[in-house]
Design a protein around this ligand. Structure first.
Ligand SMILES: Cc1cc2nc3c(=O)[nH]c(=O)nc-3n(C[C@H](O)[C@H](O)[C@H](O)COP(=O)(O)OP(=O)(O)OC[C@H]3O[C@@H](n4cnc5c(N)ncnc54)[C@H](O)[C@@H]3O)c2cc1C
Length: 244
């Protein structure tokens, strides 16, 4: 066990791959992760400056002891730049239990499910791509917004799932064939629904993941259309996972 991580909450996993996907974006693959439901997260931890440091990371895939994570190396971040440097064979502390309610099991039936992700907020949706629970929805629209086009990752895997309509967006550069802008602005302007070929209505379900500002702004837009937060006590349409 890595020093400083209590055995009642952490176990040791070993890195099997660390795949660079774009500048500051990587996929960390470990062996020794706990069982999870797609959409759940664990804490990953390392010793940083002699102190145990851990942060939450959503599974982007895996199973049977393997854990895959889509991670941004945050400039001047405490842990994520260290995770980016890990090599096959290195040890990393991982929670011994996956947690979180951002799963399809908590989403009521609906004809259409909308997924809105910014950056690495794509991770939980990648994990859900082949979740049998997805078959409850006739259509799934995945809107993925990134600052730069090379951060639009796993495009082929997403496009290979027949039920999914994929809408990539880039906010900080022009990219051929990709709409430029933030998902909240494009939603307000009606561009997203036009691209998806379907209006977002109050009988749909919506999952939001990633940047907290995107989530706050999207909630305000959805509220105007009569969609409400889904909680254990009050059934609604909006489900969210804020990354910071
Ligand atoms: C439930 C949950 C699941 C998460 N899953 C993922 C995941 O799958 N992949 C992933 O990359 N991150 C994920 N995060 C964020 C992650 O836990 C860390 O906050 C992130 O890696 C930064 O940690 P750090 O120690 O490097 O930065 P810190 O030293 O803790 O600094 C964090 C600060 O960096 C800024 N920041 C810029 N970009 C990001 C970003 N992408 N995420 C967080 N903070 C950012 C924010 O201002 C934040 O306050 C998740 C967070 C939560 C709560």
């Amino acid at each position: 066990m890595l020093e400083g991580f209590p055995e009642r909450r952490f176990q040791t996993a070993r890195v099997t791959a660390n795949n660079a996907l774009a500048t500051c974006l990587f996929e960390l693959v470990v062996e020794g992760a706990p069982a999870f439901v797609p959409g759940q997260f664990v804490k990953l931890g390392l010793q940083v400056g002699g102190e145990p440091v851990s942060r939450a990371y959503s599974f982007s895939g895996g199973g049977g002891g393997e854990g895959r994570f889509l991670i941004e190396s945050v400039i001047e971040g405490t842990l994520s730049p260290r995770l980016a440097e890990l090599k096959p064979g290195d040890e990393v502390a991982v929670s011994n239990k996956a947690v979180g309610r951002f799963t399809l099991q908590h989403v009521p039936d609906a004809p259409v499910l909308w997924w809105f992700a910014t950056g690495t907020g794509l991770g939980p949706f990648l994990a859900m791509l082949h979740d049998p629970a997805l078959e409850r929805f006739e259509r799934v629209v995945l809107v993925h917004g990134c600052r730069l086009a090379d951060c639009l990752c796993f495009v082929e895997q997403i496009k290979a799932v027949p039920r999914i309509t994929y809408v990539p967006l880039v906010s900080r550069e022009e990219a051929p064939g990709i709409t430029r802008g933030r998902c909240t602005e494009l939603m307000a302007a009606g561009v997203l629904e036009e691209q998806a070929g379907i209006p977002l209505t109050a009988d749909h379900q919506v999952m939001l993941c990633g940047n907290p500002q995107m989530i706050t702004d999207m909630r305000a837009l959805l509220d105007q259309r009569g969609l409400r937060l889904h909680t254990p006590r009050a059934a609604g349409q909006i489900h969210m996972e804020k990354y910071w």
